[in-house]
Write a protein that binds this ligand. Structure first.
Ligand code: ADP
Ligand code: MG
Length: 279
């Protein structure tokens, strides 16, 4: 669904490429998590996927980025945005109407969704994000987590094949963050949507993602199943990426010879690893 080949990009104002030598192949239906230190190029990488780079930010673009077979350099942004839905980092700046249902309808109107389909899609998108009851609320009265769900629902109503989200839980508490991920994953699995999400909370990402991409200094340092990436705990720490505490705990116990060295992603996997010790 997304094929990135030898891709480098340098913003016009930048002195050197922000991302470089990127090769990534993302099959349809994959849930991809991107993490890495601040300024490492995560957002720029998502801009390459939704066409903001090179269409909105001029610069030097090397290599190729194909999304659903479309070359992002040669395809107009309006055509690309039919394939790729994006939720930007600052959702408040994304909202264009004051009321939830209007917000979801607005996108569909812009996309030329037939009128008789709009109501069905509106109801479905709100239900998919668990916010059917918020339909008539003003966006300003919602919590951060609710706003995030509205932003996602208004993109889902367009039924994109790829959904790109940049730090959707940055402002949310742990419970709301998990709720957003639960809904996203369940939606993606049901519809076969490819999801790319930039996220600092690596424990959350590792639990849900099929592929974890760690970006450092504009390059892809790791791109693999979360478990395989977390096996490089020491290298991750060196570049400022903290492993989940469950991973760190089992690693430290393994260092002391208490248990075997296995890369665990979650508390329940850590429990399994430790149960073998006391068994
Ligand atoms: P991250 O999302 O990992 O924090 P970004 O992709 O936002 O990283 O930024 C990586 C680098 O690219 C930063 O040094 C930033 O200054 C630069 N950059 C980001 N956006 C732009 C832009 N629109 N114009 C020029 N430089 C930019
Ligand atoms: Mg960013």
């Amino acid at each position: 669904m997304i094929e990135i080949t030898d891709f480098s990009f340098q913003y016009r104002e930048g002195g050197e490429p922000t991302v470089r030598d990127i090769n990534l192949s993302i099959p349809a239906g994959t849930f991809v998590g991107i993490t890495g230190p601040a300024g490492s190029g995560k957002s720029t990488l998502t801009y390459a996927m939704n066409g903001i780079v090179p269409h909105c930010y001029p610069g030097d673009f090397y290599g190729s980025v194909l999304v659903d077979g479309l070359d992002t350099c040669e395809t107009a942004l309006t055509d690309l945005s039919r394939a790729v839905g994006s939720v930007c980092q600052d959702v408040d700046s994304q909202f264009v109407t004051p009321v939830v249902e209007d917000e979801v309808l607005y996108g569909m109107e812009n996309f030329g969704v037939p009128r008789d389909e709009m109501e069905t899609r509106l109801e479905r998108a709100l239900a998919d994000m668990g916010i059917a009851d918020l339909r008539e609320r003003t966006i300003a009265s919602l919590s951060g987590g609710q706003k995030q769900k509205v932003a996602i629902a208004s993109v889902l109503a367009m039924e994109p094949k790829v959904l790109v989200l940049d730090e959707p839980t940055a402002e949310l508490d742990p419970a709301s963050s998990q709720s957003v991920f639960d809904l996203l994953v369940s939606y993606a699995r049901t519809h076969g949507t490819t999801v790319v999400v930039v996220e600092q909370k690596i424990a959350l990402l590792s639990r849900y993602a099929d592929m974890l991409v760690v970006v450092e200094g504009g390059r892809v340092r790791f791109a693999d199943e979360p478990r395989r990436v977390l096996a490089h705990a020491d290298e991750l720490l060196e570049i400022g990426v903290n492993c989940p505490r469950s991973t760190t705990l089992v690693n430290r116990l393994a260092d002391r010879g208490v248990c075997e060295r296995v890369a665990v992603r979650t508390v329940s996997e850590a429990c399994d690893a430790l149960e073998q010790v006391v068994a």
